[in-house]
Design a protein around this ligand. Structure first.
Ligand code: ASP
Length: 328
């Protein structure tokens, strides 16, 4: 609390994305130009809710964000909580939000909420959703029930868990979904949770950050040239977005068997929902064969989040614990 205003302290950092974009030249498309102050100017109600600490941390399209920058953002957010912020909000592009949110979720050590939001329509477009999303994010961030849930993604008046949320539409306003449904909704400015906070494990900060984890998707009649190159190119982990319940061709299965002694391999499903199987299919390239070769099945975790998890586990020397981090 700020003693003079008795409003809770809320730190808001902006990283770029459509929420920060507008067109400066007609016909040239929108680009990130609005810093955090300019984004907040569209939501004057925020200053009635909280004493704001504001920072422009970046002006990037989210496809160009990276792990090193995210570790800096995490350090900023942690410092804000240590200085007394009740919660932290980050605005960023929606394209990689499902990955950045999970990355931060695995490293966020506080009960204080870290809430992430963005926009599907740029600031200069009619009906732009950035201001409404920002206001909803603040209402979620300041709600007592949001504590202890790690990183939350708030879009379109829905609250999603960072571990489950996915961008499932390229341009629609309702672009985010979670397999088990949203954690809650924002109704008339009040957050109503439908799910209790899940128990979560937090990783320490990675002590090495130079390693790389590859992500390859299977497809019909794919050769194994790229797969074989993974180890020789120096990748230290591999995630496969597999067919159906986590399957690959017989040829890919053979190569994965050769790779496993050298690096951890996870097979997830490319379908977009549901878990990988563990004991249903017995053909070459299915889960029973793959597990016998030492491949880890991803369970509920989507391929992109698997890659984030594996990168952080390798960075903290915990790749041996991979199995215990994969939700069944
Ligand atoms: N279309 C994206 C967005 O919604 C652009 C980005 O991710 O930066 O923000």
């Amino acid at each position: 609390m700020n003693e003079q205003t008795s409003l809770p302290r809320l730190a808001i950092g902006s990283l770029g994305g459509t929420v920060s974009m507008q067109a400066s030249t007609l016909g040239c498309g929108v680009r990130p130009t609005l810093g955090c102050d300019a984004q907040l100017a569209q939501v004057p109600q925020l200053r009635e809710l909280a004493d704001l600490e504001v920072a422009t941390l970046g002006l990037l399209p989210s496809a160009s964000m990276g792990f090193a920058a995210l570790l800096d953002v995490l350090a900023w957010a942690r410092a804000e909580v240590e200085r007394g912020a009740q919660a932290v909000i980050l605005t960023q592009g929606t394209d990689s939000l499902e990955e950045t949110a999970y990355f931060l979720h695995l490293l966020w050590p506080f009960d204080a909420p870290l809430v992430m939001t963005g926009a599907m329509r740029a600031a200069n477009q009619p009906g732009n959703d950035g201001p409404a999303n920002l206001l909803a994010a603040a209402q979620v961030a300041l709600a007592q029930d949001s504590r202890g849930r790690g990183v939350l993604v708030v879009m379109n008046d829905q609250v999603h868990c960072a571990a489950r949320v996915r961008k499932t539409a390229s341009l629609a306003m309702a672009a985010f979904r979670s397999g088990c449904g949203p954690l809650g909704d924002v109704v008339e400015g009040v957050v109503v949770y439908r799910q209790a906070p899940a128990r979560r494990k937090v990783l320490p900060l990675p002590h090495c950050t130079e390693h790389r984890v590859a992500l390859l998707e299977v497809c019909l009649d794919a050769d194994t040239a790229l797969l074989q190159a993974v180890a020789t190119l120096g990748y230290e982990g591999l995630v496969i977005a597999g067919f159906g319940a986590g399957h690959v061709s017989g040829g890919w299965s053979e190569v994965l068997g050769q790779l496993v002694p050298a690096l951890p391999v996870i097979v997830a499903t490319r379908t977009g929902s549901g878990p990988t199987a563990s004991a249903s299919y017995g053909f070459a390239g299915a889960e029973i064969d793959l597990q016998a070769k030492g491949v880890q099945m991803a369970g509920q975790l989507c391929p992109r989040k698997c890659r984030i998890l594996l990168w952080l586990l390798i960075g903290t020397g915990r790749q041996q614990q991979l199995h215990s981090w994969l939700p069944c």
